[in-house]
Design a protein around this ligand. Structure first.
Ligand code: BJW
Length: 268
Protein backbone atom coordinates (compact mmCIF):
# COMPACT_ATOMS: atom_id res chain seq x y z
CA UNK A 1 0.00 0.00 0.00
CA UNK A 2 1.28 3.49 -0.83
CA UNK A 3 1.92 5.79 2.09
CA UNK A 4 -0.25 8.92 2.14
CA UNK A 5 1.56 12.16 1.27
CA UNK A 6 3.10 13.62 4.45
CA UNK A 7 2.55 10.35 6.31
CA UNK A 8 5.22 9.73 8.95
CA UNK A 9 8.03 7.46 7.68
CA UNK A 10 7.18 3.79 8.31
CA UNK A 11 10.60 3.15 9.99
CA UNK A 12 9.80 5.85 12.50
CA UNK A 13 6.31 4.53 13.11
CA UNK A 14 7.78 1.06 13.72
CA UNK A 15 10.47 2.42 16.06
CA UNK A 16 7.90 4.32 18.07
CA UNK A 17 5.66 1.31 18.36
CA UNK A 18 8.53 -0.92 19.45
CA UNK A 19 10.03 1.57 21.92
CA UNK A 20 10.12 0.60 25.59
CA UNK A 21 10.91 4.16 26.70
CA UNK A 22 9.83 7.28 24.82
CA UNK A 23 11.01 10.68 25.99
CA UNK A 24 9.75 13.97 24.60
CA UNK A 25 11.38 17.39 24.83
CA UNK A 26 8.99 20.23 24.12
CA UNK A 27 9.38 23.95 23.59
CA UNK A 28 7.19 26.96 22.98
CA UNK A 29 6.15 25.81 19.49
CA UNK A 30 3.93 23.14 21.06
CA UNK A 31 1.77 25.85 22.60
CA UNK A 32 1.82 28.17 19.56
CA UNK A 33 -1.41 26.66 18.24
CA UNK A 34 -2.99 27.42 21.64
CA UNK A 35 -2.24 31.11 21.05
CA UNK A 36 0.69 31.27 23.48
CA UNK A 37 3.50 33.18 21.74
CA UNK A 38 6.91 31.56 21.21
CA UNK A 39 10.12 33.41 22.09
CA UNK A 40 12.24 33.52 18.96
CA UNK A 41 9.82 33.40 16.00
CA UNK A 42 10.65 36.44 13.91
CA UNK A 43 7.28 38.27 13.80
CA UNK A 44 5.34 36.78 16.67
CA UNK A 45 7.95 35.69 19.23
CA UNK A 46 8.17 37.49 22.57
CA UNK A 47 11.81 38.36 21.99
CA UNK A 48 10.86 40.22 18.78
CA UNK A 49 9.03 42.75 20.98
CA UNK A 50 10.74 42.51 24.36
CA UNK A 51 14.39 42.40 25.36
CA UNK A 52 15.10 39.22 27.38
CA UNK A 53 17.90 41.02 29.26
CA UNK A 54 15.28 43.49 30.59
CA UNK A 55 12.73 40.84 31.59
CA UNK A 56 14.12 37.33 32.01
CA UNK A 57 17.29 37.69 34.08
CA UNK A 58 17.89 38.08 37.83
CA UNK A 59 19.56 41.43 37.22
CA UNK A 60 16.51 42.72 35.32
CA UNK A 61 14.36 41.83 38.34
CA UNK A 62 16.84 43.52 40.69
CA UNK A 63 16.82 46.69 38.53
CA UNK A 64 13.09 46.93 37.94
CA UNK A 65 11.08 44.34 39.88
CA UNK A 66 7.72 45.93 39.08
CA UNK A 67 8.31 45.87 35.34
CA UNK A 68 9.28 42.20 35.42
CA UNK A 69 6.41 41.28 37.79
CA UNK A 70 3.84 43.04 35.56
CA UNK A 71 5.15 41.38 32.39
CA UNK A 72 4.80 37.96 33.95
CA UNK A 73 1.36 38.84 35.37
CA UNK A 74 0.26 39.73 31.83
CA UNK A 75 1.59 36.41 30.49
CA UNK A 76 0.09 34.45 33.41
CA UNK A 77 -3.33 35.85 32.49
CA UNK A 78 -2.76 34.94 28.82
CA UNK A 79 -1.82 31.36 29.71
CA UNK A 80 -4.92 31.13 31.93
CA UNK A 81 -7.07 31.90 28.88
CA UNK A 82 -5.29 29.36 26.64
CA UNK A 83 -6.42 25.77 26.17
CA UNK A 84 -4.41 22.68 25.21
CA UNK A 85 -4.30 21.95 21.46
CA UNK A 86 -4.11 18.63 19.55
CA UNK A 87 -0.33 18.46 20.04
CA UNK A 88 -0.73 18.43 23.83
CA UNK A 89 -3.55 15.89 23.55
CA UNK A 90 -1.52 13.60 21.28
CA UNK A 91 1.38 13.59 23.77
CA UNK A 92 -0.99 12.69 26.59
CA UNK A 93 -2.26 9.87 24.40
CA UNK A 94 1.29 8.73 23.59
CA UNK A 95 2.01 8.46 27.33
CA UNK A 96 -0.87 6.00 27.64
CA UNK A 97 0.49 3.85 24.78
CA UNK A 98 4.12 3.21 25.72
CA UNK A 99 5.60 1.23 28.64
CA UNK A 100 7.79 4.07 29.94
CA UNK A 101 7.36 7.73 29.12
CA UNK A 102 8.56 11.12 30.25
CA UNK A 103 7.76 14.57 28.93
CA UNK A 104 10.53 17.11 29.47
CA UNK A 105 9.14 20.54 28.84
CA UNK A 106 10.80 23.92 28.64
CA UNK A 107 7.33 25.44 28.68
CA UNK A 108 6.05 27.21 31.75
CA UNK A 109 2.37 27.25 30.78
CA UNK A 110 1.15 23.98 32.35
CA UNK A 111 -0.78 23.05 29.19
CA UNK A 112 0.69 19.53 29.04
CA UNK A 113 -0.72 18.73 32.47
CA UNK A 114 -4.05 20.31 31.53
CA UNK A 115 -4.16 18.01 28.47
CA UNK A 116 -3.74 14.95 30.71
CA UNK A 117 0.02 14.30 30.61
CA UNK A 118 1.13 12.87 33.95
CA UNK A 119 4.87 12.31 33.90
CA UNK A 120 5.90 15.91 33.14
CA UNK A 121 9.25 17.44 34.11
CA UNK A 122 9.23 21.24 34.04
CA UNK A 123 12.75 22.37 33.19
CA UNK A 124 12.08 26.11 33.31
CA UNK A 125 9.46 26.25 36.06
CA UNK A 126 5.80 27.23 35.88
CA UNK A 127 4.46 30.72 35.25
CA UNK A 128 1.25 30.05 37.17
CA UNK A 129 3.25 29.67 40.39
CA UNK A 130 4.89 32.38 42.49
CA UNK A 131 7.70 32.10 45.01
CA UNK A 132 9.70 34.22 47.43
CA UNK A 133 12.70 35.72 45.64
CA UNK A 134 14.88 35.20 48.73
CA UNK A 135 13.81 31.90 50.30
CA UNK A 136 12.22 30.18 47.29
CA UNK A 137 9.07 29.27 49.25
CA UNK A 138 6.02 28.93 47.00
CA UNK A 139 3.12 31.22 47.80
CA UNK A 140 -0.49 30.42 46.90
CA UNK A 141 -2.01 33.89 47.26
CA UNK A 142 -0.76 37.43 46.88
CA UNK A 143 -2.09 40.96 46.69
CA UNK A 144 -1.38 42.51 43.30
CA UNK A 145 -2.79 45.96 44.04
CA UNK A 146 0.43 47.79 45.00
CA UNK A 147 2.88 49.85 42.99
CA UNK A 148 5.59 47.27 43.65
CA UNK A 149 5.51 43.49 43.38
CA UNK A 150 3.86 41.81 46.38
CA UNK A 151 6.13 40.76 49.24
CA UNK A 152 6.69 37.47 51.03
CA UNK A 153 4.64 37.40 54.26
CA UNK A 154 7.46 35.54 56.05
CA UNK A 155 10.56 37.56 55.16
CA UNK A 156 9.39 40.67 53.30
CA UNK A 157 11.34 40.00 50.09
CA UNK A 158 9.63 40.52 46.75
CA UNK A 159 7.68 37.63 45.30
CA UNK A 160 8.68 36.52 41.80
CA UNK A 161 7.40 34.14 39.13
CA UNK A 162 8.48 30.53 39.68
CA UNK A 163 10.35 30.31 36.37
CA UNK A 164 14.01 29.86 35.43
CA UNK A 165 15.61 33.00 34.05
CA UNK A 166 18.80 33.19 32.02
CA UNK A 167 21.90 32.72 34.17
CA UNK A 168 19.89 30.75 36.74
CA UNK A 169 20.38 27.06 37.37
CA UNK A 170 17.61 24.67 36.39
CA UNK A 171 16.05 22.79 39.35
CA UNK A 172 18.42 19.91 40.24
CA UNK A 173 15.72 17.24 40.24
CA UNK A 174 14.38 18.35 36.84
CA UNK A 175 17.81 18.37 35.25
CA UNK A 176 18.64 14.97 36.71
CA UNK A 177 15.37 13.49 35.42
CA UNK A 178 16.04 14.99 31.98
CA UNK A 179 19.57 13.62 31.76
CA UNK A 180 18.39 10.21 32.96
CA UNK A 181 15.67 10.16 30.29
CA UNK A 182 18.08 11.24 27.54
CA UNK A 183 20.49 8.52 28.60
CA UNK A 184 17.94 5.69 28.73
CA UNK A 185 15.23 6.43 26.17
CA UNK A 186 14.81 4.52 22.89
CA UNK A 187 13.17 7.41 21.07
CA UNK A 188 13.39 11.13 21.83
CA UNK A 189 10.84 13.40 20.17
CA UNK A 190 12.00 17.03 20.12
CA UNK A 191 8.98 19.20 19.44
CA UNK A 192 8.59 22.93 18.87
CA UNK A 193 11.89 24.15 20.24
CA UNK A 194 14.55 26.28 18.57
CA UNK A 195 17.11 24.04 20.36
CA UNK A 196 19.15 27.10 21.27
CA UNK A 197 18.83 27.30 25.04
CA UNK A 198 21.08 25.18 27.22
CA UNK A 199 21.15 22.85 29.06
CA UNK A 200 17.90 21.60 27.43
CA UNK A 201 19.46 21.92 23.97
CA UNK A 202 22.15 19.40 24.95
CA UNK A 203 19.65 16.60 25.63
CA UNK A 204 19.18 15.40 22.01
CA UNK A 205 22.95 14.90 21.59
CA UNK A 206 23.10 12.89 24.83
CA UNK A 207 20.21 10.71 23.63
CA UNK A 208 21.80 10.13 20.24
CA UNK A 209 25.16 9.21 21.75
CA UNK A 210 23.37 6.64 23.89
CA UNK A 211 21.71 5.07 20.84
CA UNK A 212 18.24 6.65 20.87
CA UNK A 213 16.50 7.73 17.69
CA UNK A 214 16.06 11.48 17.76
CA UNK A 215 13.04 12.90 15.95
CA UNK A 216 12.55 16.61 15.38
CA UNK A 217 9.06 18.04 14.83
CA UNK A 218 9.13 21.69 13.81
CA UNK A 219 7.96 23.75 10.83
CA UNK A 220 11.44 25.33 10.63
CA UNK A 221 15.02 24.14 10.69
CA UNK A 222 17.05 24.46 13.88
CA UNK A 223 20.60 23.64 14.96
CA UNK A 224 19.29 20.13 15.69
CA UNK A 225 17.86 19.44 12.23
CA UNK A 226 21.07 18.15 10.66
CA UNK A 227 21.70 15.80 13.60
CA UNK A 228 18.21 14.30 13.92
CA UNK A 229 17.43 10.78 12.66
CA UNK A 230 14.02 11.93 11.44
CA UNK A 231 12.72 15.42 10.77
CA UNK A 232 8.98 15.99 10.46
CA UNK A 233 8.44 19.50 9.18
CA UNK A 234 5.05 20.88 10.16
CA UNK A 235 3.00 22.25 13.02
CA UNK A 236 3.02 20.04 16.10
CA UNK A 237 -0.78 20.10 16.26
CA UNK A 238 -0.90 18.31 12.91
CA UNK A 239 2.24 16.16 12.93
CA UNK A 240 1.95 14.68 16.44
CA UNK A 241 -1.64 13.41 16.22
CA UNK A 242 -0.81 11.86 12.84
CA UNK A 243 2.31 10.19 14.20
CA UNK A 244 0.55 8.73 17.23
CA UNK A 245 -2.37 7.62 15.08
CA UNK A 246 -0.03 5.98 12.54
CA UNK A 247 1.77 4.05 15.28
CA UNK A 248 -1.41 2.84 16.92
CA UNK A 249 -3.82 2.64 14.00
CA UNK A 250 -6.06 -0.34 14.53
CA UNK A 251 -6.17 0.45 18.25
CA UNK A 252 -9.19 2.68 17.87
CA UNK A 253 -7.27 5.84 16.97
CA UNK A 254 -8.22 8.19 14.18
CA UNK A 255 -5.80 10.37 12.20
CA UNK A 256 -5.46 14.12 11.91
CA UNK A 257 -6.21 16.54 9.08
CA UNK A 258 -3.56 16.78 6.38
CA UNK A 259 -2.09 13.34 6.94
CA UNK A 260 -3.69 10.06 5.99
CA UNK A 261 -7.12 11.39 5.27
CA UNK A 262 -8.91 9.95 8.31
CA UNK A 263 -11.27 11.54 10.77
CA UNK A 264 -9.93 14.05 13.31
CA UNK A 265 -7.81 12.64 16.11
CA UNK A 266 -9.91 11.62 19.06
CA UNK A 267 -8.22 10.20 22.15
CA UNK A 268 -10.10 7.31 23.70
C1 BJW B 1 6.50 25.30 16.14
C2 BJW B 1 5.25 25.76 15.88
C3 BJW B 1 4.27 24.81 15.79
C4 BJW B 1 6.48 27.47 15.96
N1 BJW B 1 4.58 23.52 15.96
N2 BJW B 1 6.80 24.02 16.29
C5 BJW B 1 26.15 33.43 27.93
C6 BJW B 1 25.81 34.14 29.08
C7 BJW B 1 24.92 33.64 30.03
C8 BJW B 1 24.35 32.42 29.86
C9 BJW B 1 24.70 31.71 28.74
C10 BJW B 1 25.59 32.18 27.78
N3 BJW B 1 25.72 31.27 26.82
C11 BJW B 1 24.93 30.23 27.16
C12 BJW B 1 24.31 30.49 28.31
C13 BJW B 1 23.37 29.63 29.03
C14 BJW B 1 21.95 30.05 28.73
C15 BJW B 1 21.69 29.81 27.25
O1 BJW B 1 21.49 28.72 26.80
N4 BJW B 1 21.67 30.89 26.44
C16 BJW B 1 21.50 30.71 25.00
C17 BJW B 1 20.42 31.66 24.50
C18 BJW B 1 22.83 30.96 24.35
N5 BJW B 1 21.14 29.20 29.55
C19 BJW B 1 20.85 29.54 30.79
O2 BJW B 1 21.16 30.61 31.27
C20 BJW B 1 20.13 28.48 31.62
N6 BJW B 1 20.83 28.32 32.85
C21 BJW B 1 22.08 27.89 32.90
O3 BJW B 1 22.69 27.54 31.90
O4 BJW B 1 22.62 27.86 34.17
C22 BJW B 1 24.06 27.75 34.25
C23 BJW B 1 24.64 29.14 34.10
C24 BJW B 1 24.64 29.97 35.20
C25 BJW B 1 25.19 31.25 35.08
C26 BJW B 1 25.73 31.70 33.87
C27 BJW B 1 25.69 30.85 32.77
C28 BJW B 1 25.13 29.58 32.89
C29 BJW B 1 18.73 28.93 31.95
C30 BJW B 1 17.87 29.04 30.75
C31 BJW B 1 16.49 29.59 31.14
C32 BJW B 1 15.65 29.90 29.93
N7 BJW B 1 14.54 30.67 30.36
C33 BJW B 1 13.52 31.00 29.37
C34 BJW B 1 12.46 31.92 30.05
C35 BJW B 1 11.57 31.10 30.99
C36 BJW B 1 10.60 31.97 31.70
C37 BJW B 1 9.65 32.68 30.77
O5 BJW B 1 8.77 32.04 30.18
O6 BJW B 1 9.78 33.90 30.64
O7 BJW B 1 12.91 29.81 28.89
S1 BJW B 1 14.16 31.80 27.90
C38 BJW B 1 13.06 30.96 26.78
O8 BJW B 1 13.85 30.10 25.91
C39 BJW B 1 12.20 30.05 27.65
C40 BJW B 1 12.12 28.81 26.82
O9 BJW B 1 11.80 27.70 27.62
C41 BJW B 1 13.52 28.74 26.22
C42 BJW B 1 13.60 27.89 24.96
O10 BJW B 1 12.81 28.45 23.96
P1 BJW B 1 11.94 27.49 23.02
O11 BJW B 1 10.92 26.81 23.83
O12 BJW B 1 12.83 26.67 22.21
O13 BJW B 1 11.15 28.56 22.14
P2 BJW B 1 11.66 29.34 20.83
O14 BJW B 1 10.77 30.50 20.66
O15 BJW B 1 13.11 29.58 20.87
O16 BJW B 1 11.41 28.30 19.66
C43 BJW B 1 10.10 27.94 19.26
C44 BJW B 1 10.22 26.91 18.17
O17 BJW B 1 8.91 26.45 17.87
C45 BJW B 1 10.81 27.45 16.86
O18 BJW B 1 11.82 26.57 16.41
C46 BJW B 1 9.63 27.43 15.88
O19 BJW B 1 10.00 27.10 14.56
C47 BJW B 1 8.79 26.34 16.47
N8 BJW B 1 7.37 26.44 16.19
N9 BJW B 1 5.33 27.17 15.78
C48 BJW B 1 5.89 23.19 16.20
N10 BJW B 1 2.99 25.17 15.53
Amino acid sequence: MLAAPNAPPPELVAALRAARFVAVLTGAGVSAESGVPTFRDAQTGLWSKFDPRELATPSAFARNPKRVWDWYAMRRAMVGRAAPNPAHTALAELERRVPEFVLLTQNVDGLHQRAGSIRVVELHGNITQVRCSREGTRVAQWDDSDDAPPRCAACGAFLRPDVVWFEEMLPDDALEAAEDAATRCDVLLVVGTSAEVYPAAALPAIARRRGAQVVEINPDTTPLTAQADHVLHGPAGVVLPALVAAAWSGSGMATQRGYSGGAPFLPD
